[in-house]
Design a binder for this molecule. Structure first.
Ligand code: APR
Ligand code: PHB
Length: 430
């Protein structure tokens, strides 16, 4: 199928100005001599976005090829999010990869806010008319998707280097990559850029065709994973004058805890003992007394950032998940936004291949962005309400304490928090 250039895109393609020119020039040199593969949808990146999109398309009889820069072990070694909205849970079921999640995942009907020592329960189930979230690690979602793809005999090329998308604005899109010293070309109808925040897809779009919206926060999260029982049967988000803390979990025997730390903090300065002592300081006494500590299995610091690019598409290439947007983790929205992008792109491609509805392709970005911005707003709000901002004056601090107090004391306020936390509905594609 051929697609028209969207009328609203008036950017001048000044590819000389940015990284995309260098990327294209480097790979064009070798195009003439390379081996060629063919697929319908070439997917860059085998994180949750790429694998889930690949599985849904494969099940629908649409051919995909995934190109991943890392090895499978490396991809599985990354410890990421752990809260799945109901929409994502249903999408994983639709993709046929929910068996282990349904058996081992923990359904949570609420979470706890600990506000300077005072505990407030957010009853997600009651406040949203029966909705819940599923506690199941992103690493496990990825493991299940990898197994399903292997089972389906669908191709993923790991350790693919120098992956570059080409011809996105033409009728001959293709992707080049190198593997074991050879250069390959993948001819395709469409390209899905599922390659995360540091990926090549977004960087291959001319700079003047994208608008970037960004906020970097002056702190990060220091996280540890430990084989200890959870301190509470639900997640606890704690606001404290020493900084934010979060008690999360992966199972009844594995916990994930986070502390707000300055952006420039060094993880080597945090012994396990220091971490546990600081966590106890920031939790209400009743919880601190119950906290079971133990050796950490993993310890790392992640910066906090809000980031969106518009539009999320460039001709035949579509940006999905972290490639297009980042949220600070306070609202547990990163992975879930990736899933709603996947759902939108999958439903559009299904209509394109089954019914020839190429007119729907240009709606991808606007449909995704409406939901993306609402999750950006909620994640920014949760971050602003619960963290310590050293640069805020006394007036701003009182205003945000009062805003949070208003929200948690009012049923309407708690409903707003709950409705956003369980996830806003996926928008229909037409
Ligand atoms: N070529 C090929 N693969 C690439 C390239 C590249 N140039 N750059 C990055 N990748 C791969 C990464 O190695 C990674 O496996 O793309 C994948 C992107 O995966 P993620 O970063 O996990 O992004 P995504 O799949 O969109 O997942 C959504 O939600 O909660 C958040 O950050 C969390 O990862 C999570 C994300
Ligand atoms: C996690 O378990 O890693 C987690 C949970 C909730 C969040 C962020 C991270 O808001």
């Amino acid at each position: 199928p051929s697609i028209d250039r969207p009328a609203r895109e008036k950017c001048k393609h000044s590819i000389h100005k940015n990284k995309s020119a260098a990327i294209v020039a480097r790979s064009l040199r070798v195009i003439k001599t390379m081996k060629t593969l063919k697929t319908q949808v070439a997917i860059i990146g085998a994180g949750p976005s790429g694998l889930l999109l690949g599985q849904l398309l494969h099940n629908a009889g649409i051919d995909t090829l995934i190109l991943e820069r890392q090895t499978p072990d490396y991809v599985l070694s990354r410890i990421r999010a752990g809260v799945l909205e109901q929409g994502m849970v249903e999408l994983l079921r639709q993709a046929g990869v929910s068996q282990r999640m349904d058996a081992e995942g923990l359904v949570h009907g609420g979470f706890e806010l600990a506000l300077d020592g005072r505990q407030v329960h957010i009853d997600l189930h009651a406040l949203t008319g029966g909705k819940t979230v599923m506690i199941y690690g992103q690493t496990e979602v990825t493991r299940d998707l990898m197994a399903a793809r292997r089972e389906a005999d669908a191709q993923t090329i790991y350790s693919a280097s120098n992956v570059v998308p080409h011809g996105m604005k033409s009728d001959e899109a293709f992707v080049t990559f190198e593997k074991d010293g050879e250069t390959w070309r993948v001819d395709c109808d469409y390209i899905a850029g599922c390659d995360g925040f540091h990926g090549v897809a977004r960087q291959s779009i001319p700079e003047d065709c994208l608008q970037v919206f960004e906020r970097v926060y002056p702190f990060g999260w220091l996280g540890i994973l430990a084989d200890t029982p959870p301190v509470h049967d639900e997640l606890v988000y704690a606001r404290h004058e020493r900084g934010f803390a979060l008690c999360s979990m992966r199972s009844a025997t594995r916990t994930r805890y986070y502390l707000q730390v300055p952006a420039e903090e060094n993880v080597a300065d945090w012994s396990d003992q220091r971490f546990w002592d600081e966590l106890k300081n920031r939790l209400p006494v009743a919880l601190a007394e119950k906290l079971v500590t133990g050796p950490s299995i993993e310890k790392s610091i992640a910066p906090l950032r809000s980031f969106v690019v518009e539009p999320m598409q460039y001709g035949r290439m579509f940006l999905v998940g972290d490639a297009a947007h980042i949220v600070p983790p306070t609202g547990a929205k990163g992975l879930n936004l990736a899933a709603s992008d996947v759902s939108t792109l999958f439903n559009i491609l299904l209509k394109v291949y089954r019914e020839g509805r190429i007119d729907l392709l240009e709606k991808y970005s606007e449909i995704c962005l409406r939901r993306v911005w609402k999750a950006e707003r909620f994640s920014w709000w949760m971050t602003s309400m619960l963290h310590r901002f050293d640069d805020h004056d006394a007036f701003s601090q009182r205003i945000s304490a009062s805003e949070l107090d208003y929200f948690v004391s009012s049923e309407a306020g708690r409903k707003t928090i709950a409705e956003n936390y369980v996830g806003l509905p996926y928008e229909a594609i037409e």
